[in-house]
Design a protein around this ligand. Structure first.
Ligand SMILES: Nc1ncnc2c1ncn2[C@@H]1O[C@H](COP(=O)(O)OP(=O)(O)OP(=O)(O)O)[C@@H](O)[C@H]1O
Length: 291
C-alpha cells in the first residue's frame, strides 16, 4: 500500500507543517427556534466531520476526495475561515485560523465573479481589498501578470457573461493568485466544465503549479484529476461523522503529462485503491438511504 493513515500522520506532526488540522470536528446545530419547538420539529445536531487530523507541508498539492456529502466543502470552508470549527484547531504557520485572510486564496466551482465588473476589475477588486495601499502602478502590473499567467491576455475588458465557463474559471484562478496567498483553496474548480475544457484547465493548473509551487488544497470528484495533479490524496469516509480514511502519496515525477502518466508503475494500483474506496463508501451511503 502506498499510503499511510491519518493517525500515523498525527504522530509525525512536525514543526515544518504549514497547515495543521488538529482533531477537528464540525457540528451543525439542529433547529431549536420557538416555531420548531411548537411544531415538534426540532432537528438534532448534525456531526458532519469528526476528529480529523492532517498535517500539510509547504509547496504540496493536496486533493481531497470522498463520497458526495461527506464534508469536503465543510473542511475547506473551515480552512478558509468561512465557518468556525466546533472542536479542535486549524493552525496556519502555528497560528489558529479565526476567519478569512489574504494568506488563503479561494477558487469556487461557480466562479463567484462580480458580473458587473470586467476581468481586470474583478482581479483589481480582490487586490485592493487585501492591499488597499498598493500603488496603482504595482496593482496594474500584478493584474497584467496574472491575466497573462492564465492565458487571458486580450480579454481584460470583457465581462463574465462574455466569457466561456473555462475562461471564467481562469479569471477565478487569476484573482485568487493575484493576492499572493500562501495557500490556494479550490472547491471542485472544474466541476462545472465540459471534459475538454476541464482537461485544458487541469494542464494550466499543472503548468502554473510548476512555476509557483504554492500549497494547494483542492476538492475533486475525479480520480484521474487527483492523480494528475496531486502530491498527496486525502480520502475521506462517508458522513455523518466523516473521517480521513487514508492518505495516498503520489510518486509521479513532475512535470506531469496526461498522455504518459498512466505508464508509471504505481498508477494503476493507486487508481484501483481510490476506485475501491469511493465504491465502498458510496455504496454504504446508498445502503443507509434505503435502509
Ligand atoms: N450549513 C449547514 N447546516 C447543516 N448541515 C450542513 C450545512 N452545510 C453542510 N451541511 C451538511 O454537512 C454534510 C457535509 O456537507 P459538504 O457540503 O461539506 O459535503 P461535500 O463532501 O462537500 O459534498 P459534495 O461532494 O456533494 O459537494 C452534508 O450532509 C450537508 O448536508
Amino acid at each position: 500500500m502506498n499510503g499511510f493513515t491519518p493517525t500515523d500522520q498525527a504522530d509525525q506532526a512536525s514543526a515544518s507543517a504549514q497547515l495543521s488540522i488538529r482533531n477537528v470536528t464540525k457540528v451543525f446545530p439542529g433547529k431549536t427556534g420557538l416555531v420548531n419547538k411548537l411544531t415538534g420539529k426540532t432537528s438534532r445536531d448534525f456531526v458532519a466531520i469528526e476528529d480529523i487530523s492532517l498535517e500539510i507541508e509547504p509547496n504540496t498539492f493536496v486533493t481531497i476526495i470522498g463520497p458526495s456529502g461527506c464534508g469536503k466543502s465543510t473542511l475547506l470552508g473551515m480552512i478558509a475561515g468561512l465557518m468556525p470549527v466546533t472542536m479542535g484547531q486549524i493552525l496556519l504557520n502555528g497560528q489558529p485560523i479565526v476567519g478569512p485572510g489574504p494568506d488563503r486564496g479561494m477558487v469556487f466551482q461557480n466562479y463567484a465573479l462580480m458580473p458587473w465588473m470586467t476581468v481586470e476589475e474583478n482581479i483589481r477588486f480582490a487586490i485592493e481589498t487585501v492591499t488597499p495601499k498598493m500603488s496603482p502602478k504595482r496593482c496594474d502590473r500584478i493584474i497584467k501578470e496574472h491575466i497573462q499567467l492564465v492565458g487571458l491576455s486580450g480579454a481584460e475588458r470583457k465581462h463574465p457573461h462574455e466569457l466561456s465557463g473555462g475562461m471564467r474559471q481562469r479569471v477565478g484562478i487569476a484573482r485568487a493568485l493575484a493576492i499572493n496567498p500562501q495557500i490556494l483553496l479550490m472547491d471542485e474548480p472544474f466541476g462545472a466544465l465540459d471534459a475538454l475544457t476541464r482537461g485544458f484547465l487541469q494542464d494550466e493548473i499543472e503548468r502554473i503549479w510548476e512555476q509557483q509551487r504554492k500549497t494547494v488544497i483542492m476538492i475533486t470528484h475525479s480520480i484521474e484529476e487527483a492523480l494528475l495533479l496531486s502530491d498527496r490524496i486525502v480520502m475521506m469516509t462517508r458522513g455523518p461523522a466523516a473521517r480521513v480514511d487514508e492518505i495516498l502519496e503520489v510518486p509521479f515525477p513532475r512535470p506531469r503529462n496526461r498522455e504518459t502518466i498512466d505508464q508509471h508503475p504505481a498508477y494503476h494500483d493507486l487508481k484501483a485503491e481510490m476506485e475501491s474506496h469511493l465504491f465502498r463508501e458510496t455504496r454504504a451511503v446508498e445502503a443507509a438511504r434505503i435502509g
